[in-house]
Design a binder for this molecule. Structure first.
Ligand SMILES: [Zn+2]
Length: 516
């Protein structure tokens, strides 16, 4: 099996900071708990100095997660490092991740610093971070476009100052696999103290090469890779965790390395992230796309039926995809529901079971058979009630070809009830306008999608919406057999988030232009 490649997951930092992927504290915590089940080696939980929200998210994860190291990002300045350490200090295994740009392009145009100044800043940052925390990662931002002589010099100095991990990112997604591998080979050959640190790859996918580059780095000696679930991240995203992990698992005999990831949790992690962010994966996405294991072309199907290994290089079960079987109906009890969830890999608390059971009964009243995907949708639908400012009491719509669509909506806030009506272009639009009249909050719908969760005309539909309020994007999601209900609940969810985060919005992120 050979050596272990550590999986450094940055879904909650590099992924989360990209447009449309923001998560609130509860959502980040849910994702972190899934990453813990996935057994990644390191969770990069955020960039603590960027905002109070980021700080609190990192701190909450640091205090909760066990088994994985928890990292926080900091520029190579003491204020950033202090803030990161405050957020991380309660972690079982804290790691400060500090960085500075090392390419001439970045040093000249962004930092306005000479090589000597950058080197001095890096050494000071690493030494200071190391005085606080035993595990310090140092990243050379834009390493793949840095001068190799300077890169060797700064890496050697950072290791001498105490860095335990050296990360060499392809920040702009420019490198080709052979070239990126050569950079690692040069560092290993030329940096005399390189054995004292773990080398790490961090690749962006601008040319679609992030995973290929990461594998090239591993072949050249990198023993940590940075990646995100579903490959989310800036621009075209980061290297996808599931692709790297399964490439290593499937081709371990050729790569001579392994990871400690519990691959059967991959699919669940992918689904959870999609649910939390509304960022869906394309059907033909490797490993986690809906078609990834669908051998439907006649000749392939014939082969797979005769023997799976003819076309199947890995099994869907190995990444946690289970065959959909219709198992439950309206007469199924709590016990059956709990058992089915357990088979699907979900260990429910009593409280979760109660809420799921109520949602299940409501669903089973509407349709005869409830599929596994729908059970998971029910579970994912249980948003943290803490963020609920307005509760939907009920609504009524009238629509048709010859009348103006009208909606009447009743909302409750604490003990107060509000009711209002509006007309619109369609029943969903009318209901949204009625909600806006009650809440006084105007949102601009920037994305709206409906997707069926399973098969059949009575399937559960999942509504995803993204609303812009005061320049900030909020996601809403709901699952229902009725598309108008789903759309209304999703919209109200997004508005509730906007209202709940109003306070933290007043303390908005300071502009952080750096990107590792
Ligand atoms: Zn990055």
């Amino acid at each position: 099996m050979g050596q272990i490649v550590q999986i450094f997951d940055t879904t909650l930092r590099d992924g989360e900071q990209s447009p449309g992927c923001s998560m609130n504290r509860e959502e980040k915590m849910r994702m972190a708990q899934q990453l813990e089940r996935l057994r990644v080696d390191v969770i990069e939980a955020g960039f603590p100095i960027a905002s109070d929200g980021d700080f609190e998210g990192v701190q909450a994860i640091a205090r909760t997660v066990r088994g994985c190291a928890v990292a926080g990002l900091a520029r190579a300045v003491r204020a950033d490092i202090d803030r990161a350490w405050q957020a991380l200090r309660d972690a079982e295994r804290p790691r400060i991740h500090t960085f500075i740009a090392t390419s001439d392009i970045h040093m000249t145009h962004k930092l306005h610093k000479s090589r000597a100044q950058v080197l001095a800043d890096a050494v000071d940052a690493v030494r200071y971070a190391r005085s606080l925390c035993p595990d310090v990662e140092f990243s050379c931002e834009d390493a793949s476009r840095s001068d190799i002589d300077f890169l060797c010099e700064i890496v050697e100095a950072a290791i001498a100052a105490g860095a335990t991990v050296i990360n060499l990112p392809d920040t702009v997604g420019y490198a080709l696999p052979a070239e990126y591998g050569e950079m690692f080979a040069s560092i290993r050959k030329r940096v005399t103290n390189v054995g004292a640190a773990v080398l790490s790859a961090h690749c962006h996918n601008d040319l679609g090469l992030a995973v290929a580059n990461s594998i090239a780095a591993i072949e050249a000696g990198a023993r940590q890779v940075e990646c995100t679930v579903n490959g989310i991240g800036e621009r075209a995203g980061n290297a996808a965790l599931e692709e790297i992990v399964m490439a290593i698992a499937t081709r371990t005999e050729r790569l001579h390395v392994a990871t400690g990831v519990h691959t059967e949790e991959i699919y669940r992690a992918s689904k959870l992230l999609s649910t939390l962010t509304g960022m869906l994966v394309q059907r033909n996405k490797a490993i986690v796309g809906a078609n990834a294991f669908a051998h439907e072309a006649g000749i392939h199907q014939d082969g797979v039926l005769k023997s799976a290994i003819t076309y199947e290089i890995m099994t869907p079960q190995s990444v946690g995809i289970r065959h959909s079987t219709l198992v439950l109906g309206k007469h199924s009890g709590r016990h059956a529901l709990k058992a089915r969830f357990a088979e699907l890999g979900y260990d429910l608390t009593q409280d979760e079971l109660e809420r799921s059971y109520r949602a299940f009964c409501a669903l089973a009243d509407q349709k005869k058979e409830v599929y596994d995907e729908e059970l998971i949708a029910i579970l994912d639908d249980q948003d943290a009630p803490a963020s609920e400012v307005y509760h939907l009491e009920g609504f009524h719509v009238s629509t048709g070809t010859s009348l103006r669509p009208t909606a009447t909506v009743e909302l409750r806030q604490g003990d107060q009830r509000f009711i209002d009506s509006a007309t619109g272009d369609g029943p969903v639009d009318a209901a949204y306008r009625a909600i806006e009249r009650i809440t006084g909050t105007m949102g601009k719908l920037t994305e709206y999608s409906l997707k069926s969760v399973s098969l059949g005309h009575d399937t559960v539909g999942e509504a995803f919406i993204r609303v812009e309020i005061d320049g900030v994007l909020y996601n809403g999601r709901a699952a229902s057999t009725d598309i108008v209900t789903g759309s209304v609940v999703a919209y109200l969810g997004a508005l509730n988030r906007a209202l709940a985060s109003h306070q933290s919005r007043l303390r908005r992120r300071q502009p952080v232009t750096e990107e590792v």
